[in-house]
Design a protein around this ligand. Structure first.
Ligand code: GDP
Ligand code: MG
Length: 168
């Protein structure tokens, strides 16, 4: 088994886009194995960065429907917990366009209590120029430096991944 990098964050921040970007950019992006039934719909993809193989796991695909905020948060927490059990490192993804919200703070507080290293990725930062402005407010999450990325276009992925790779 390769080290597992769990991608965690509230819905719609771009977790799946980031996972696909990592798998696509660094290898062929094929799904390696799928433990659905055991871990619901978490999807693992093989990825590679700077000579290191790892599996990247998308913790999304969970309820994004009419459930209330509280249940919602609990679902995310549960998924995150399952993923964290086996994770060597975590990428917490937040939305640089929407900005920091209560759910981000809740997830960050939870992650700070864990022992696993967390790299904070501020997604939807298509322009590095605006990236700095977009990332500034995320220092408050207490997860260290927020790295501007664009899962969609690829900006900032290498710098962010340098930090993840340190832990692999
Ligand atoms: P998830 O729910 O966290 O897995 O988020 P998704 O990967 O499904 O993305 C949610 C929405 O954000 C989609 O409409 C994406 O196209 C959009 N999105 C994802 N990454 C980026 C990005 O880097 N920039 C912009 N502008 N939009 C993005
Ligand atoms: Mg998703």
């Amino acid at each position: 088994r390769f080290p597992v990098v769990a991608v965690i964050g509230r819905p719609n921040v771009g977790k799946s886009t980031v996972v696909n970007r990592l798998a696509k950019r660094f290898k062929d992006g094929s799904i390696v194995f799928d433990e659905s039934g055991v871990t619901r719909d978490r999807t693992y993809k093989r990825a590679w960065y700077c000579g290191k193989d790892f599996d990247v796991v998308d913790t999304g695909g969970l309820v994004f429907d009419d459930k209330g905020g509280d249940v919602f948060a609990k679902e995310i927490r549960q998924q995150a917990l399952i993923a964290l059990e086996e994770a060597t490192a975590v990428i917490m993804v937040v939305d640089g366009i929407v900005g920091c919200n209560v759910l981000d703070q809740e997830i960050a507080r939870f992650l700070r209590q864990q022992k696993v290293p967390v790299v904070l990725a501020v997604n939807k930062c298509e322009s590095q120029k605006y990236g700095e402005i977009q990332t500034a407010e995320f220092w408050c999450l207490g997860l260290g430096e927020p790295w501007p990325i664009s899962g969609l276009h690829g900006d900032g992925i290498y710098d962010m991944m340098d930090n993840v790779a340190e832990h692999l």
